[in-house]
Design a protein around this ligand. Structure first.
Ligand code: GLY
Ligand code: MN
Ligand code: MN
Length: 437
């Protein structure tokens, strides 16, 4: 964290200025941001892994600290209420000593029943968090007010230099895992063993991952959210798709690569083609470009790939219009990324929360016009998903070339995903800058 300290100070200054403006605008005395409480397992004496409120992580680099609070009031130094119970059963977190703590008025407390005395209350304070029942107990009646939340979410779209540094570092950590996972695949490991190799090389545990890693061999590569990690060692490993990230100070990386066991295979050629198209899409990103247009461009590229590789025949217009490209590429081109893997405000057009949905029939998490400071993923894919192909109309099915589809099916599919920062004059690829092909 020390390396991030000068950047963090500017980041916090920006957050504070924005929050003060919004609170005054909305005639509020302040906001109380709850890190959250771990969810208990039904009828058991344990809890699910804790995931902090992203608004809390926006203010402080603490992502594994339940029951802590940040209190923001216009014109005042923000407060950090740090929960440090007396507990011999569990590890008690140390009081943070790093430089960033100086930016806060630090209040350390031992018992949750102290909270009503430590926190402000009443209708003038917005509670931002996941526990309305806790807000009620604290006499905080204004829970996640939409106007304030929309504006805070809109603000999160443009990353500060500190946030970009965190996402870049999360990518660096993830790239170490990806390199080890590729070697494990080439040495014939099972999905489960590859997952272990990934975690070990990235130095992060399964619960630290920003999402469940997708580690898929052969046909499993076509299951978009495959998270089974089979222990079976495949007799004929042909293809490998890994979608795995990492966490830095609560910020996510989200990276996908696909590999062919046989570098001379048609599947390997398909990967090279997809990689080239992904590059071209990324090269087209600059301020002023609408994300929806990048997604549409990728559908034209998929139409071209289907023709090039003999998977379907038809003009790009016909293949798109008849839903053939969508059957092969059914997910969106990507999404904003940051404190959440699928970060907020992908459809939001202004601070007032105006939403722009994707055009009818288009699956997409982002309709924004690109601006400097945005970070998005670019993750085109192409898969053989029989349920989608079977659902096509008779005229669309006529465009399919079944023999080539049959040849591709045992490989599952391809996805290639990078995290991209929009600059005033282009982009920085936060994934490839660490040397991952
Ligand atoms: N790993 C989830 C996604 O790529 O969106
Ligand atoms: Mn992903
Ligand atoms: Mn993604």
């Amino acid at each position: 964290m020390e390396a991030f300290a000068p950047l963090y100070s500017d980041h916090l200054h920006t957050l504070k200025q924005r929050a003060d403006r919004l609170l005054v605008q909305q005639q509020l005395d302040g906001m109380v941001i709850d890190a959250g409480a771990p969810l208990p397992v039904f009828l058991d004496d344990m809890e699910y892994p804790f995931k902090a409120n992203p608004h809390f992580k926006h203010w402080v680099p603490l992502f594994n600290h339940p029951h802590c609070f940040v209190v923001v009031r216009p014109g005042r130094k923000p407060q950090l209420l740090f929960y440090r119970p007396v507990d011999f059963w569990h590890t008690v977190p140390p009081v943070p000593q790093a430089q960033w703590v100086d930016e806060f008025e630090l209040v350390v407390f031992e018992k949750l029943d102290q909270l009503p005395d430590l926190l402000p209350s009443g209708a003038g304070y917005a509670y931002i968090g996941a526990h309305p029942e806790r807000a009620a107990q604290l006499n905080l009646t204004l829970v996640n007010p939409k106007g304030l939340l929309d504006a805070l979410h809109f603000g999160r779209s443009i990353k500060s230099d500190y946030e970009v540094a965190c996402i870049r570092e999360a990518n660096r950590i993830a790239v170490r895992g990806h390199e080890a996972a590729k070697q494990a695949f080439l040495s014939g490991a099972s999905e489960f063993e590859i997952q272990q190799a990934y975690l070990s090389a990235s130095g992060q545990g399964e619960n630290e991952m920003p999402y469940g890693n997708i580690v898929a061999l052969n046909e499993h590569c076509a299951v978009l959210h495959y998270t089974t990690w089979s222990r079976d060692v495949p007799t004929d490993p042909r293809s490998f798709l890994i979608d795995a990230g990492a966490n830095c100070n609560g910020y996510a990386a989200d990276i996908t690569r696909t590999y062919a066991r046989d570098p001379g295979s048609r599947f390997a050629e398909l990967i090279v083609a997809m990689d080239q198209y992904q590059h071209r899409i990324i090269e087209a990103i600059k301020p002023g470009v609408r994300y929806t247009d990048l997604h549409s461009q990728m559908h034209s590229n998929v139409a071209q790939m289907l023709n090039e590789f003999g998977l379907a025949r038809g003009s790009a217009e016909a293949l798109i219009e008849q839903g053939v490209t969508k059957a092969f590429f059914p997910h969106g081109l990507g999404h904003p990324i940051g404190l959440q893997v699928h970060d907020v405000a992908g459809f939001m057009q202004d601070e007032q929360g105006t939403q722009l949905a994707p055009p009818a029939g288009i699956t997409l998490r982002c309709t924004r016009v690109m601006e400097p400071g945005m970070v998005v993923t670019i993750e085109p894919g192409l898969y053989v998903i029989d349920t989608l192909l079977n659902d096509l109309s008779a005229s669309a099915k006529e465009m399919l070339c079944q023999d080539e589809i049959d040849r591709l099916r045992p490989f599952g599919g391809i996805r290639i995903e990078d995290n991209v920062l929009v600059l005033s004059d282009g982009i920085e690829n936060l994934t490839r800058c660490h040397g991952l092909d």
